[in-house]
Design a protein around this ligand. Structure first.
Ligand code: HEC
Ligand code: HEC
Length: 401
C-alpha cells in the first residue's frame, strides 16, 4: 500500500477516535440489544413451534440410526473420510488446529482494509471453508439412510398373537404352554424345580404390566429366570416383550376383555373331519412342541416349525411320521411310550416330556397321520368323510381354557 493512502486512513481513523465510540457502554449496548432480540426470537420459537421430538430413547432398539444435530453434521461427515486407526486426526487434531487459527487470526491477518476487494485472500479462505461445511452437511443429510419405522405394536389382537408365539418359543420350556407351571423337565440347571403358576389370579392381579415387563426384561436371576431384554443380555426387543405381556394379560387375566379376533383357539374337529397341517397341526405344535422342537434345542434334531420339517427332520426321520401308521413316533410318544435302542437304552422319552397332551389333540395327530398328513385345509377337506356333502359344518374356534 502506498504512503498516501496509509496517511489518509490514519487521518480518518484518528478522527473517528476523536469522536469516540467506546466499548463501554456503546458497543456493549449494541450487543445487548441484538442478543435480547435473539433471545426473544428463541423464546418465541420454543413456545410456538417447539422442537420436533423423536420417540423416547430405547436402549433396546437396535435399528436406531444415531446422528448428531444438524450443525455438527459436517464434522460427522468429515470423520467418514478418516480411517479408524487415525480417528484422532479428525476428532481432535484438525478441529483443534482450526480453532487455534481462529484465535490467532488477528495476528496472522494484519490487513487493515475492510473493503472486500482488498481482502481477497481472507475471503477466499473463508469462502472455501463455508462451501466445505455446507457441502459436507448436505452430503451427510443425503447419505443418511431412511430411519426404519419403529415397529409400533399393532392392535391388541396382533400383539396377543405375536406374544403367544414368542411365549411358546421362549417361555413354555419352563412355565409350560399355558403358564400353569409345575415341575421343570429338560431344562439344564432347573431340572425338577417346581415353578408356581404364572397364569393364576394370584399372579395376574398382583403384577402390573410394567412389573411383568421388568421381570421378563431383567429376569429374576437369583431364582433361575433368565433376562430377555437386549439391554440385559437377552434376545428380545422391547416391542416383543410388550407383546408377551399383552398375551399374558389378555389370556390369563379374566378382568381383561380380549378382542374376539385375538382368541387363538385350536379349532376342534367335527365327526369324520380330517385335520390339516395349515389349520390344526401347526397350531397345536406351535403351542405344545415348538418350544423344544426348533433349532438350538435338545430334540434329536427334530424340528417342527414347518410342514417339511415335521415330515422329514429328526434322527429318526424315517419313523417319526409314517402315513397311515399309528406306530409313528409322533403318535406313540404322545401316548407316553418311550423308544429304546437295541441295547435297551431309552432314546426317546414321552412327548411333551412334562405333561400329557390333551386327548383331543392326540386324536388330532392320529387322524392327521391316518389320513396321510394333508398340508392345506383344502386337501384335508377333500379327505374328510363329509367331503362332497353340502353344508359341511364349519368347525368352531374354541378358545383355550
Ligand atoms: C429357564 C427357565 C425359565 C424360562 C425359559 C422363563 N422363566 Fe420365568 N421364571 C423362571 C423361574 C425359575 C422363576 C422364579 C420361580 C417362580 O417364581 O416360580 C420365574 C418367574 C417368572 C415370573 C413370576 C415372577 C413373579 O415373581 O411373579 C414370570 C411372570 C415369568 N417368570 C415370566 C416368564 C416369561 C414371560 C418367560 C418367557 C419370556 C419366562 N418367564 C421364561 C424360569 C424361567
Ligand atoms: C420340553 C421340550 C419338548 C417338548 C415340549 C416336546 N419335545 Fe419332543 N423331544 C424333546 C427331546 C429332548 C427329544 C429327544 C429325545 C428325548 O430326549 O426324549 C424329543 C424328541 C421327539 C421325537 C423323536 C425325534 C427323533 O427323530 O428322534 C418326536 C417324534 C417328538 N419329540 C415329538 C414331539 C411332539 C409331537 C411334541 C408336541 C406335542 C413334542 N415332541 C414336544 C423335547 C420336547
Amino acid at each position: 500500500m502506498n504512503e498516501e493512502f496509509k496517511n489518509k486512513y490514519q487521518e480518518k481513523y484518528s478522527a473517528a477516535k476523536q469522536k469516540g465510540v467506546k466499548f463501554w457502554p456503546d458497543i456493549i449496548y449494541k450487543d445487548l440489544v441484538i442478543s435480547f432480540g435473539l433471545f426473544i426470537l428463541l423464546v418465541g420459537l420454543a413456545a410456538f413451534f417447539g422442537v420436533a421430538q423423536e420417540p423416547k430413547a430405547d436402549p433396546n432398539d437396535a435399528n436406531y440410526i444415531p446422528r448428531p444435530e444438524w450443525y455438527f453434521l459436517f464434522l460427522f461427515e468429515f470423520l467418514k473420510f478418516i480411517p479408524g486407526q487415525i480417528e484422532w486426526v479428525g476428532t481432535a487434531l484438525i478441529p483443534g488446529v482450526a480453532i487455534l487459527i481462529l484465535f490467532l487470526l488477528p495476528f496472522i491477518d494484519k490487513n487493515p482494509f475492510r473493503h472486500w476487494k482488498k481482502r481477497k485472500t481472507g475471503i477466499t479462505v473463508m469462502g472455501l471453508t463455508v462451501i466445505g461445511i455446507v457441502g459436507l452437511t448436505v452430503r451427510a443429510v443425503v447419505t443418511t439412510p431412511e430411519q426404519e419405522e419403529v415397529s409400533l405394536a399393532g392392535s391388541i389382537a396382533e400383539q396377543v398373537i405375536q406374544g403367544q408365539d414368542l411365549y411358546s418359543i421362549w417361555c413354555a420350556d419352563c412355565h409350560q404352554p399355558d403358564g400353569e407351571g409345575g415341575e421343570v423337565v429338560g431344562v439344564e440347571g432347573l431340572e425338577g424345580v417346581i415353578l408356581k403358576p404364572i397364569n393364576s389370579q394370584d399372579e395376574m392381579w398382583t403384577r402390573t404390566d410394567e412389573t411383568l415387563f421388568n421381570i421378563i426384561d431383567q429376569g429374576q436371576q437369583d431364582l433361575g429366570m433368565p433376562p430377555y431384554g437386549l439391554g440385559y443380555g437377552g434376545e428380545l426387543q422391547r416391542s416383543e416383550i410388550e407383546a408377551i405381556v399383552t398375551f399374558m394379560r389378555y389370556t390369563w387375566d379374566e378382568r381383561a376383555e380380549i378382542p374376539q379376533e385375538a382368541i387363538i383357539g385350536i379349532p376342534s374337529l367335527a365327526e369324520g373331519e380330517v385335520p390339516s397341517y395349515e389349520v390344526h397341526i401347526s397350531a397345536v405344535s406351535k403351542r405344545y412342541c415348538v418350544s423344544c422342537h426348533r433349532p438350538g434345542k435338545e430334540n434329536n434334531e427334530y424340528l417342527m416349525q414347518t410342514y417339511e420339517e415335521i415330515l422329514t427332520s429328526g434322527d429318526n426321520a424315517d419313523k417319526n411320521v409314517i402315513a397311515g401308521n399309528l406306530e409313528s413316533f409322533i403318535i406313540t410318544t404322545l401316548y407316553r411310550e418311550s423308544v429304546y435302542d437295541a441295547s435297551g437304552n431309552e432314546i426317546i422319552g414321552p412327548m411333551p416330556p412334562s405333561k400329557e397332551l390333551k386327548a383331543e389333540y392326540i386324536d388330532m395327530f392320529e387322524r392327521w397321520v391316518l389320513a396321510g398328513m394333508p398340508e392345506t385345509a383344502a386337501e384335508a377337506a377333500a379327505l374328510s368323510e363329509s367331503a362332497g356333502e353340502e353344508a359341511a359344518p364349519e368347525a368352531e374356534a374354541t378358545p383355550e381354557p
